[in-house]
Write a protein that binds this ligand. Sequence first.
Ligand SMILES: O=C(CO)COP(=O)(O)O
Length: 264
Amino acid sequence: MGSTRTPLMAGNWKMNLNHQEAVVLVQKLAWTLSDKRHDYGKVEVVVLPPFTDIRSVQTLVDGDRLSIGYGAQDVSFHDSGAYTGEISAGMLSKLGCSYVVVGHSERREYHAETDEVVNAKAHKALAAGMTPIVCVGEGLDVRKAGDQVSYTLAQVDGSLAGFTAEQVTGLVVAYEPVWAIGTGEVATPDDAQEVCGAIRARIREVHGDAAADGVRILYGGSVKAANVAGIMEKPDVDGCLVGGASLQVDEFGGICRFYDMPVL
Ligand SMILES: O=C(CO)COP(=O)(O)O
């Protein structure tokens, strides 16, 4: 990966673990990483629990002064008011969240989120002082047709509309090919590089060198301790957005220590 960008390993727990289980997992993760004298400045570690767990994670992280960061899996594009069931960016930043996932493929698919909605959510997250993790990626049909680059770049254009170059510099974009999510079907490191490289090139074209060199681009989709090292060797992959494996402390701990892992 690029030498100036700090790698980011983010665990998207999805709709798993209640607040008590969340505390146990974060404690175990902190213990595992401290046992290995993990340098959080070298690889940033973030967990993304369900909303109902965030307060408990905050209390643990603050109380024990852990260097593990945390964030949310979604945010409303409304600021406040009569929007039953919604959670605002202001509420999340007040809980100390530093990241918010927007546009995960599961939200795009099951909640009909468009690039416009994703873009509005990303703007709200940034305005509240959090870093959006903007997810993009193609489904199987698009991949089979060989259109993964153009499809994903169109999502990037739509989801990042209206951002300044300075804002893009601090963003995180996650390339998650839908066919590789939760299927055990991991994209090859070359597949990940192809699209992550194209995303960076598009950002360079639209926002310039500083934005392209600063933005962190993650790969997500069936990442495990056993396959992470090969993916992280690619120059345009700056980290991983991890689903299933982030629920297992040994797996996620291994992913955070990717440089200790063999390249298979
Ligand atoms: O969707 C993902 C992370 O956001 C990837 O999930 P898996 O790692 O379970 O494939």
